[in-house]
Design a protein around this ligand. Structure first.
Ligand code: FNR
Length: 351
């Protein structure tokens, strides 16, 4: 199938299928603090991702490009990124490497936001040379490499051979002048995967958990022979963050993504160890359904919700939020016990 048609189908079906809301974060509760001893106006949203300093922990995650119709989406996203100081990723640039006429659907992002933090994007099948070219195409500040094995397997025209990925990621990480972010696309990551990535020299991991945009459902809707038994595959965003919390001994920073809905989801993700949160489906819906003014207002609301949580918890910075106590309940707690994760470590943080 023509790549451009596929890109547009992904946008349409992602909007139709929406987000399940089962990202696991509803099983997380903060331990309230009645004497936070800080002021709302002094809360700071700035955060650090490896060497990158972000003005906000909210990132517009990689989605699109590669079809003429997606240029408008990327343009609108780039305007939001610029106005609100958000880092932004584009979708896989493989389409532009194959057909340079499609480059404009990606480069529009840098044109709209010349000084912003922008992430290039490719799959793990990419070579070092391709990685360099997509970074150059956008003058990108980092490269996202996406892992999407289950999506490919459910796609009729998808890849079937995933050998050599880790070696390729290691080669890219050691040869690129910008940080490499490895991300899942909504199936989550285990501690084993994260450790392998860290050993390969990756410095930023986006856990890309289940609970938001569901690429098993999207591909099954596109397929003549759907494998719907795989619709619930993966680790949720909350489970993936707990897995990440078990990985010691590396200088890794984390992005939480997969079904992030609002500022409280962002606050819980940061408290579980993330330095930033990625939102894709929520931004796609916004730019497709709302005016630019309303989109900007919604981002302000998400920032406000995050600052309300920070103030109420006495965390003036994103880094401090990573130290506040929280409890883990329900299915997430049952699952964590099986994985040998000591939930009390999070609950007793300030004792
Ligand atoms: C995506 N996503 C994605 N990710 C990636 O690394 N490269 C890509 O090309 C795409 N393409 C893409 C298209 C569309 C239409 C959507 C909605 C998403 C995945 C995205 O970055 C994210 O990992 C998942 O969507 C889960 O996050 P949300 O949507 O639940 O916030």
């Amino acid at each position: 199938m023509d790549r451009s048609i596929r890109k547009w189908e992904h946008v349409q079906i992602a909007l139709q299928t929406g987000q399940s809301g089962k990202n696991g974060l509803d099983d997380i509760s903060f331990v309230p603090n009645s004497l936070p001893n800080i002021s709302y106006v002094n809360t700071k949203l700035t955060t650090q991702l490896d060497v990158l300093e972000l003005a906000s922990p909210i990132i517009i995650n990689g989605m699109t490009g590669g079809a003429v119709k997606t240029t408008t989406i990327n343009q609108k996203l780039a305007i939001l990124a610029k106005e609100k100081g958000l880092a932004m990723a584009v979708g896989s640039q493989m389409a532009a490497l194959r057909d340079p006429a499609l480059a404009d659907s990606y480069t529009v992002v840098r044109r709209e936001n010349p000084d912003g933090i922008i992430f290039a994007n490719l799959g793990a099948e990419a070579s070092v040379d391709q990685a360099r070219r997509v970074v150059d195409m956008l003058e990108a500040n980092a490269l996202q490499i996406h892992l999407n094995v289950m999506q490919e397997l459910l796609m009729t025209e998808g890849d079937r051979d995933f050998s050599g990925y880790l070696e390729q990621i290691a080669a890219i990480a050691s040869n690129l002048s910008v940080p490499v972010i490895v991300k899942e696309v909504g199936f989550g990551m285990s501690r084993q995967t994260i450790r392998q990535l860290a050993e390969a020299g990756v410095s930023i991991v986006d856990v890309g958990g289940a609970g938001g945009t569901n690429f098993a459902r999207i591909e099954n809707k596109r397929s003549a022979k759907p494998l719907n038994m795989f619709d619930n595959w993966g680790l949720t965003t909350a489970q993936s963050l707990l897995e990440a919390g078990e990985v010691d001994g590396f200088r890794l920073t984390y992005i939480a993504s997969g079904g992030i809905r609002h500022g409280l989801d962002a606050a819980k993700s940061l408290a579980l160890g993330a330095s930033a949160v990625g939102m894709a489906g929520a931004f796609l819906r916004l730019v497709q359904e709302e005016s630019l003014e309303d989109c900007l207002r919604t981002i302000d609301e998400w920032h406000h919700q995050l600052r309300v949580a920070m103030t109420a918890l006495g965390a003036a910075t994103c880094a401090e939020l990573r130290k506040v106590p929280l409890t883990i309940a329900g299915e997430l707690a049952v699952w964590a016990k099986q994985r040998g994760i000591a939930c009390h470590r999070y609950a007793r943080r300030d004792l």
